[in-house]
Design a protein around this ligand. Structure first.
Ligand SMILES: [Zn+2]
Length: 374
């Protein structure tokens, strides 16, 4: 990861680079700021820069042995701790058990949210957290001699998800780390990090990304819809993760949108046979996606309802959704909007309670006939 991979945040880059040049690298930093502002990308770029054996005044050059290992996030002196979950398969996991997934996710893009991460590791309904046992791993790793680099770097992503005992155990080593050790803690909720850890770290506050840097980053995204960039910048408010969602709708959302269109068209035309077939198809997609479909349907109904007030500032839709909404939005009104919500919510609960998906989807589809006529 290079500094050029971090979107905007030029002041922070300068400060960090300066700290290396002046040989006053802090032993514990707390990168704090909202999701989607590049804290993780910056932490890795900084660690790589420190470890690079032929860096320039502004960047790692990417050609030394250290950079080669950093490019795969596989440097033996680069360590990560992040939230994970207990499962039947592995009841006492530590971060390293998920390191392959972590590398894959971060290398695909270091801009992702906590819930993106949990989805990626199939956490289902499990809560992600950093368990007590993780602190033993941290001590063990940092008390080893560094393998190759001058510095050992320990990046702790989301210390607010750390179990209390784990936090307390880590206090001492964060306060008095072995020499040439760098802790970078990355938080989205500074207040939720225990005060004794906060007071032992030097804060680096990440603001939202400026519009110009955001524009450049979105323009260079593969598959981005250029027509959406202006809206994305305005609506995302400096959060790159959100902005990217506007310019690149994900595959699941495209599928949900298509299924939502089918549901509404069939209801409008009262095509009962088509509705039965539709329900069969929806029954086959798995419970997580079924719930996600209804969440998506609720959101779409809300946005189309808002569209009727011509309040485009308040409407969060991609181009395709917006276009279709020009015809469909008038069907959503004060009379049916709450009932539609309730239908989707009831269906979600029934799915969560292991109801028969085929019946739930057919019921919902049939109820649309009455609701959408109004
Ligand atoms: Zn290098």
């Amino acid at each position: 990861m290079f500094f050029r991979d971090v979107i905007g945040q030029e002041n922070i880059k300068k400060r960090l680079i300066q700290s290396v040049q002046e040989e006053r690298v802090s032993h514990a930093l707390l990168f704090a700021g909202p999701s989607g502002t590049g804290k993780l990308a910056m932490a890795i770029a900084y660690a790589q820069y420190i470890s690079c054996s032929n860096r320039s005044a502004t960047e790692s050059l990417g050609v030394c042995p250290s950079c080669h290992k950093y490019n795969k996030l596989a440097h033996p002196d680069l360590h990560f701790v992040f939230p994970i979950y207990n499962s039947a398969k592995n009841s006492k996991p530590v971060s390293d058990d998920f390191i392959t997934e972590w590398r894959e996710k971060v290398l695909a893009s270091p801009y992702f949210s906590f819930s993106d991460w949990l989805d990626f590791i199939d956490a289902g309904n499990a809560q992600g957290m950093i368990y007590e046992r993780e602190s033993d791993v941290v001590y063990r790793k940092l008390n080893l001699k560094s393998f190759e680099a001058e510095y050992k770097t320990m990046i702790i992503w989301l210390p607010e998800k750390m179990n209390q005992v784990c936090s307390n155990k880590l206090l001492k080593i964060i306060e008095e780390p072995p020499s040439k050790t760098l802790f970078i803690l990355i938080t989205e909720d500074e207040e939720a990090v225990i005060g004794t850890i906060r007071s032992r770290t030097q804060p680096v506050k990440f603001p939202f990304i400026d519009d110009e840097s955001m524009r450049l980053a979105l323009q260079s995204l593969e598959g981005a819809d250029p027509a959406q960039i202006g809206d994305a910048i305005r609506l995302a408010g400096g959060n790159f993760i959100k902005a990217r969602e506007y310019v690149i709708p994900n595959e699941d959302e495209k599928f949900y949108f298509h299924k939502f269109q089918e549901m509404m068209r069939q209801a409008y035309k009262r095509e009962v046979l088509a509705q039965m077939k539709w329900a069969d198809e929806m029954a086959a997609i798995g419970r997580d996606k079924q719930k996600a479909f209804f969440a998506y349907a609720s959101r779409l109904v809300r946005e189309y309802f808002m569209m009727n007030f011509n309040n485009s500032e308040m409407v969060y839709l991609n181009e395709e959704e917006k276009n279709w909404g020009k015809q469909f939005a008038p069907f959503i009104n004060e009379q049916n909007v709450i009932q539609l919500y309730n239908e989707f919510e009831t269906a979600t609960k029934q799915i969560a309670w292991n109801g028969q998906p085929r019946i739930i989807f057919l019921d919902t589809a049939l109820r649309m006939v009455r609701l959408i006529k109004k």
